[in-house]
Design a protein around this ligand. Sequence first.
Ligand code: SF4
Length: 292
Amino acid sequence: MHSDSNRLFIYTMLYINYKNMFLKNEKIKITVSELAIYLSCARKLYYSCRSHEPVSSSSLSYIEHLVLKEMAMSFPHMLNSSSSKDDVSYEDLEILLSEVLENISLIYPVEMDGVTAEIIDEASEVIRANFDEIRQNLSEQAKVPETSKLAGMLSFMDEEPFLHSDKLNMTGIPYRLVELEGSFAPVIIKTGSVPENGVWTNDRLHLASFAMLAEEMHGSPVKSGFVLYARSGLFRKINIHSTDRRQVLQTIGRVRKIKEGTMPDKKESALCASCSYSEMCNVKASFASKFF
Ligand code: SF4
C-alpha cells in the first residue's frame, strides 16, 4: 500500500514526465531554411524533412538558381569598383559568368552531378538575357550612398554567420550580417523575380527570422535587412516590424507541427510545375482522395 505522500510523489513525477514530453515536442529544433521551404510550400517541407530525396534537382531552373546565386556574391565587388571608375559593363558580367561556370561543379558536386552541357548552356542563355538589367541597376546603385556603403562592407566579408536562438530553438545562416548605423542587418540573396516595390512577403519573413536570431545573439534590436535580387542586380532594404516577428512565431509553430508528423494539404501553385516532389505529391493526393 502506498502512503498518501508516496502517491503524491508518483503523481508529481508522472506530471513532470508528461510535461517534459510536451515541452520536448514544443521545442523541436528547426532551421530558418525549413521555415523558408514552408513559406514556399508546406507540403514540400513535409517531404524534405522526412529525407524524401527529390526525384531530380538538376532542372534548368535549379541550375539557373545556383549560377545566379554564385554570380550575385560578386555583385558587391562590381558595384564597389563601378563607383570609383566606369559603369558595370556587359563584358564584366560575361567574365563573371564564365568564372562561375568554371567553378560551379566544384562548389556543388552533388547538385551538378549528371547535369548536361545543354542544360548549362540553356541556363547561361536565360541569365545572359538579364545582363542589361543587372548592369544598369548595379551602375545606378553605385551612385546611391546607402547601397554603395553596403556593397563596400559586403566586399570585405567572406563568411556566412551562424546564428542561433535558445528561446526559439532555431538556427540559421544568412548570406551576411552587416553592422549599419549601430544596428545589425541580415542580408539574403534571392534568385527569383523582383517585386515592383519593396520585397515579397516570404522574403520579408525570411529576413525577420534571421533578425530574431541576431537579436537574441547580440542583445540588441535589428531594425532592417536587405534582399539582393540576383536576377535584376537590385538591393532592396526593408524595415522589420513587430507584425513580421509575430508572423515568424506563427510560422515556427506550423513548421514544428509538420516536423512532428502532420502532413499539410497539397496547395496547387505555379511552383508545382517544376517541383522535384511533384510525382510523390500527386500520388499522395490522389491516394488520399479515395478516402475523403
Ligand atoms: S508538387 Fe506542389 S504542392 Fe506538392 S510539394 Fe511540390 S510545390 Fe508543393
